[in-house]
Design a protein around this ligand. Sequence first.
Ligand SMILES: [Zn+2]
Length: 267
Amino acid sequence: MEQKAKINNDSRFTNNESLFVGEFPRKLFQSEKDFLNWILPEQISVYNSYRKKLDEYFVLAEGRRGRGNLVIGKNENDIADITSPLADVFAYGVIETSIGNIACTIREEIAEQFDIEIMNLNRDEVLADFEEARRWTYSNWNVGEVCPQCLKSVRMISMKTKANENIVLAICANDKRLWICEEATQRKRTIPVTNFYNELMFHKKIRDAKIALDSKRLFTELNLFTDEDLSFAFQTYNKIHKKVDVSEIEVKPKEKISLLKKIFTLK
Ligand SMILES: [Zn+2]
């Protein structure tokens, strides 16, 4: 599934010229949209709705994280909000290239504005000229699949909301990442490890600081925690951080998961 980034063909940039220059306000360059649209799968409506915004909204300013972080807003003359706490990540993916890993991030829209980031994780600039090896995103991950980043199997915990909707907590011990998938909408949300682990320790009544503060143990000791432990930790985490279904935050473990899913879960 190798795709050459279209940016290589964009005549706006000569080789090795830095991207994301320009006066504000302006529309997003096509090359910038190419970096972002692929983490917004067209066939998933919750993601697809942001493609239109990338076309219609304006770049208002550089964001607080500097080069590669832009604030996008609906109205050309709006003042970019760069003082409120950064919104949650809405979509995330990485393009692995000859100039480093380029992380593409779109954050949640708040008051008709949202942040986008296109950042080289290995250096401070994204250059126009690079060879692409592969790309991966949580956006198009499906329940039952391997981890999009490392292609290893993930632990999956199925849960139901009060409204009887399926959600799945996925944990990749290899990459030390966890995310939630809402099956009805196919929306994925990454979950910060530390906050989740705090809830898990609270639930397990573990107060020994050596264990309780070492969130890496979630991954190195993952098999010590039952599905019930992990779903309970998510439930309490979600009560505070309201990741899923703001009006229906009660989450309970689902009935036994199928044998097929279990095989995926175990290895
Ligand atoms: Zn992984």
